[in-house]
Design a protein around this ligand. Sequence first.
Ligand SMILES: [Fe+2]
Length: 475
Amino acid sequence: MNDALALKTRAARSKGSKSNVKPRRSKALEARETRVSSAASLGVTPGYMSGFGNSFETEALPGALPIGRNSPQICRYGLYAEQLSGSPFTAPRASNERSWLYRIRPSVKHSGRFRKVDIGLWRTAPCQEHDMPIGQLRWGPQPLPKKQQSFIEGMRTMTTGGDAATLAGMGAHVYLATRSMRDEYFYNADGEMLIVPQQGRLRIFTEFGLIEIEPGEIALIPRGVKLKVELADGTARGYMCENYGGAFALPERGPIGANCLANARDFLTPVAAFEDKETPSGLFVKWGGRLFATELSHSPLDVVAWHGNYAPCKYDLRRFSPVGAISFDHPDPSIFTVLTAPSETPGTANVDFVIFPERWAVAENTFRPPWYHMNIMSEFMGLIYGVYDAKPQGFVPGGISLHNCMLPHGPDAEAFERASEADLKPVKLTNTLAFMFETRFPQRVTKYAAELDVLDEDYAQCWQGLKKRFNPRKP
Ligand SMILES: [Fe+2]
């Protein structure tokens, strides 16, 4: 952490449920309940509030948050009130997202005249800059560069799909970071960012508070939220899905019922924290696929209190409660959806974020790895750690595979042989965490990705060993 930072964090006030029913209670019982209630309000995970899409409220200085109104004539502590709208004002209540921020300076003071700057290897859809033939693709892990680069400078786009200007589609990126952001701040006007660390812990200081994540956790940063990223371990590598469309939400559970998969209480939103720091700083904004910069005399992370349902959060993927086959066959991989960003067509996601976590395989008379298939959706996969059961070789942590729209894929020859002959006793798939960004849009490979030396030119060979097993005389 930068010692110069005046990080000020206080306990959050979390919005409790209210009841109109007030049964009679003894004073002693009321006092005990008051104590219990007060302790619970401090939060189970210090520094965070539990829930997904809640209406949160939190303040870093006592009384900073106005009560009963959003925009009083004068805010306490000399703060400015500002609304951040993640949805149109008139969006239906279920998808309406906004927060009220009480800050040292309004955001108009966090921007001056912008100049266009080099965006490096970050690309935005539509982007067709390479004529690579179609095919199943796989990349090995990308090494960290020797050169010093921040989380933003180290962003490398692998694929894009859709069109950011129409608020549809996504970009799939890898970040290779070797230095913390110091007096540099960033926000993304093009999309929401789903950050998936693979190596190295990140300390993401947002306007809304501080989020710390490690490999196995994710962070979700809404469009327009200012931040800086510091590297707790000196370097960091990971994946990032830039969602140009509607915000990620928890998927419907249907017949699964009210529990399992990702549970809302495991999503953690930070309590308010701010910098009151007057040093020359730079603010970078990604807007319309380009990067712009402006100079400031202070930190824009100056939100002392906030309330609302438009806020960043983190989630530990190891808390995902998988549901799967307990007899035969197995469900489609959508059963492992953590978050889904919808499109205007029901059931047709702009992006799904799906994981393949540790779990038991118990199905009987079943080919247990994923089956062979072709898919209208385009699948970008990464491996955070361990071994992926359909590709025991070649798909390694930090690597990527891309199975684009209507391109066939499935277990490699070795995985097929092994799964066909396996003794189907219960097996625990341990130490494994793969994920998928799956989108309705074909994914265009960037020039950077097409020319990477870790691109596996022979990936499709992994299926060449699949033998013809057909014998019409042997049913
Ligand atoms: Fe697939």
